[in-house]
Design a protein around this ligand. Structure first.
Ligand code: PNW
Length: 464
């Protein structure tokens, strides 16, 4: 269902937001007492990141946040999802607090509230403080207590103004890309030996939920990456590979939180520590569940023709029990990811069916596309493919809600073109174009489309 202007219809209370993360936008990595993180270290290793780029300057959001707040206000956002840099707040990850780091987030949060935008911070978006990584990082159980202490510090400092909390972003990606395959920081290639990093992130999430709750927070969730997994064919070998991939990437990270168990005994057996007791903590009740969704995964048994665009632009190593296959018949973003709006409805249906009453309300905490259009002769960025992407995915979301999904909000990834991890600045996910030479910001055509969608959804005149 659409309104007269062609925008999909949403409840007026539906929350519209954008998402970013600290390392991808802040820059100022060695300023105001910030300590180093694994991403600083990873970027310093030659050949790891596209063109040896780094987040040293990124969007310089640390200094330009007022300009970025003005852009958010112009969009008419209800909420802004950003992440705290752990090493800006606690340079060693534990112990000594960096007041200047906390002061920055004070200014940001106060600026958001002045603009009428609700802050929705993520406590951890992959940038582990280097000293903690030196001690084993997410393979060392101690980090779960350090994370809980960090959560307590943030709750105490910001709990009077922050009303929605996100513990961890996509533990699946840090586990598999960071510890399993080495494509992200910290660059380890442990393959399935990386699984303890998943358990410790889940446990850290559970401990943080308890700490935040004890500090009075009442709107706590997590942002997990989820996608429908398609079997490349009806062949039993493909179906088995797809089921394994589904368990590894979806249910390993959702079942412990929502059901208090691992999806199978093999996973449970691979985890360190008193797993049954840990699961009771991991399953601490949350108030909502965040789904980051980009594209379905089409999975076959090893030995077929692998998707040349798969996995962050890099090929998966041989020897894995599954293979990513190309998705035919859909457009692709400039990053090679498939544009399949109905995939969003599909993953929401899969969640409702799997978890039923155990599923709390859902937020889409990320969804977006890399479309690399630059400024044209008139100085405008006419990113019509992102407009089409947004129109398609928001229509699919409206349909899913009509079909009964309890989705309370949507956060677009991302506000700004930013440091896209292993591919550096080569892929642009922003509603706002950033010139990485001058750092000047130019709202794109999609920015205006999203602004009008939000206004229409709140029943406001277009020109707000
Ligand atoms: C997410 N995959 O990462 C992250 O949360 C963001 O920081 C990132 O910029 C954004 O999506 C775009 O990449 C993902 O391979 C990385 O399926 C990889 C995948 C999904 C999400």
């Amino acid at each position: 269902m659409t309104d007269e202007a062609g925008f999909p219809r949403f409840h007026p209370d539906f929350i519209w937001g954008v998402s970013t993360s600290a390392y991808q936008i802040e820059g100022a990595v060695a300023e105001a007492g910030r300590g180093p993180s694994t991403w600083d270290d990873f970027c310093a290793m030659p050949g790891r990141v596209f063109d040896n780029q780094s987040g040293q300057v990124a969007c310089d959001h640390y200094h330009r946040y007022r300009e970025d707040l003005a852009l958010m206000k112009q969009l008419g956002l209800d909420a802004y999802r950003f992440s705290f840099s752990w090493s800006r707040v606690l340079p060693d990850g534990v112990g000594q607090v960096n007041q200047e780091g906390l002061d920055f987030y004070d200014r940001l949060i106060d600026g958001l509230l002045e603009a009428g935008i609700a802050p929705a911070p993520t406590l951890f978006h992959w940038d582990t403080p280097s000293p903690l990584e030196a001690a084993g990082g997410w393979l060392n159980r101690d980090i779960t207590d350090h994370f809980a202490a960090y959560a307590g510090l943030l709750a105490e400092r910001f709990g009077d103004r922050v009303k929605q909390w996100i513990t961890i972003n996509e533990p699946v990606v840090l586990t598999l890309f960071g510890y399993g395959l080495g494509q992200h920081a910290p660059g380890r290639t442990l393959f399935f030996e990386a699984l303890p990093a998943a358990h410790h992130q889940l446990l850290a999430h559970g401990k943080a939920v308890q700490v935040l709750r004890a500090a009075g927070a009442s709107n706590i969730g997590i942002a997990n990456n989820h996608a429908p997994v398609w079997s490349a064919s009806e062949d039993p070998a493909d179906r088995m590979a797809a089921a394994g991939y589904d368990a590894l990437t979806n249910w390993l990270f959702a079942d412990p939180i929502l059901l208090g168990r691992y999806p199978n005994d093999e996973f449970a057996a691979a985890m360190p520590g008193p797993v049954a007791e840990d699961l009771a903590i991991i399953a601490s009740p949350i108030d909502w569940y965040g789904i980051n969704h980009y594209q379905p995964a089409n999975i076959g048994a090893p030995g077929g023709a692998a998707d040349p665009d798969a996995s962050d632009g890099a090929t998966l190593p041989a020897g894995l029990p599954f293979q990513l296959r190309a998705i035919e018949g859909y457009p692709k973003t400039d990053f090679g990811w498939s544009v399949v709006p109905e995939g969003l409805g599909e993953i929401l249906r899969i969640f409702r069916k799997r978890y039923r009453t155990a599923l709390p309300p859902v937020y889409i905490t990320e969804n977006g596309c890399a479309i690399n259009d630059g400024r044209n002769a008139a100085g405008l960025v006419d990113d019509q493919r992102r407009v089409a992407y947004l129109a398609g995915y928001t229509a699919a979301l409206a349909q899913a809600i009509d079909d009964g999904a309890d989705v309370r909000g949507y956060f677009h990834w991302s506000l700004l073109d930013n440091f896209e991890w292993a591919v550096g600045y080569s892929q642009r996910f922003g509603l706002v174009h950033v010139d990485f030479d001058t750092l000047s910001r130019t709202p794109k055509a999609s920015f205006d489309w999203y602004r009008r969608l939000i206004a229409a959804s709140h029943g406001l005149p277009e020109g707000r």
